[in-house]
Write a protein that binds this ligand. Sequence first.
Ligand code: AMP
Length: 440
Amino acid sequence: MEGDREEGKSFKDLGLCEQLLEACDRMNWKYPSKIQAEAIPHALEGKDLIGLALTGSGKTGAFALPILQSLLDSPQPFFACVLSPTRELAIQIAEQFEALGAGIGVKCAVLVGGVDMVQQSINLAKRPHIIVGTPGRLVDHLSNTKGFSLRTLKYLVLDEADRLLNEEFEKSIDEILKFIPRERRTYLFSATMTSKVKKLQRACLRNPVKIEAASKYSTVDTLKQQYCFVPAKYKECYLVYILNEMSGCTSMVFTRTCDATRFLALMLRHLGHRAIPISGKMSQSKRLGALNQFKAGECNILIGTDVASRGLDIASVDMVINYDIPTNVKDYKHRVGRTARAGRSGVAISLVNQYEVEWFVQIEKFVGKKFPEFPSQEEEVLLLMESVKEAKRVSLAKIKELGGKNGKKRGGDDDDEDMDKDTDKYMTHRNVKSSKKMKK
Ligand code: AMP
């Protein structure tokens, strides 16, 4: 967080009350991040906010602290509602509210899909101060849970608004806006300023103060961006080669599809790597489990799609690999933003095959520079071919076997359990090359 720190300002200078200063202290937040330093004073003045900031910039604190300060002034249930596009992000936001509000008895409820609605209704009956949820489930409760209403709501936060405005959420957001009072404060946080965000800003916010903590895309100096041109048929070989070369690093590997996350994780595990997939096909508890294993260091390679990986609160990883080139430059920005955070160094390597050159050229144009090539030795890569081929064969057979059971395709959930068992088995047969430390 030091890299994002606003020089010279303390939390006290921002106008926070004693109890919240203590809360920051307990969290070991020594200085406000840039977005916090810029947003909090305006928020405390009662302004609407529009913040352009990524996860990792401290944006949760930027909206949670002023909301908590206002709650302290006039405590009431159903005080604020935060909407997030993903369940994981909603849970992380609630955790930060709870941690910051621990000393002042703040009650939160998380309303996300994939979790029992009855338990959530019981939590709502306890009349929490803060509701954090995904749009669909919130609408479900607003429509069906007796005694629950947001008629007295004072704050609405739309986090990752650019994603919340995708078609899948549009209807739910419109519904929610009908359920809540117009007389309220609204904070809108987004990584990018799309035309839809602009439209929502006009519809929802009143004279907002605009804050850009991560303004135009600018890659930090500590981020090394490279590409590796690979023939499509050897793509897996190159992935294994890079991971072997960089073993000891924490990495995130991005793929286009959920199936690819599962396949690559199985393949890499067979080759002795500690890889774990995270995808929309997994149940909520499995996704959290994967995230926790990665955070705890039990696995050092997280393989995900853009959707599953956005907004996860993960400390800076050493390396991002674009296994599939994103077709959208904004996704590129989000992916590489996972590394080289807070002054740490990091590398982002894009594997480009013959069909992806066009997208890659767009990315270089967007970033505004030509990337150097990742130094790979083709002979060495091809030496891996036999073992990779075998790992692919075993993984495909496994997927087929799991898919065939009970005569129907099973979800990722049970497969993961099988993968867990497999990990132990394969870990004892490590055949990866001896570790080389990351070249910085
Ligand atoms: P966010 O961007 O809100 O997802 O926050 C990313 C991470 O930074 C979280 O783990 C926060 O606990 C942490 N964080 C937020 N604000 C600060 C701060 N001022 N100093 C240090 N860490 C912070």
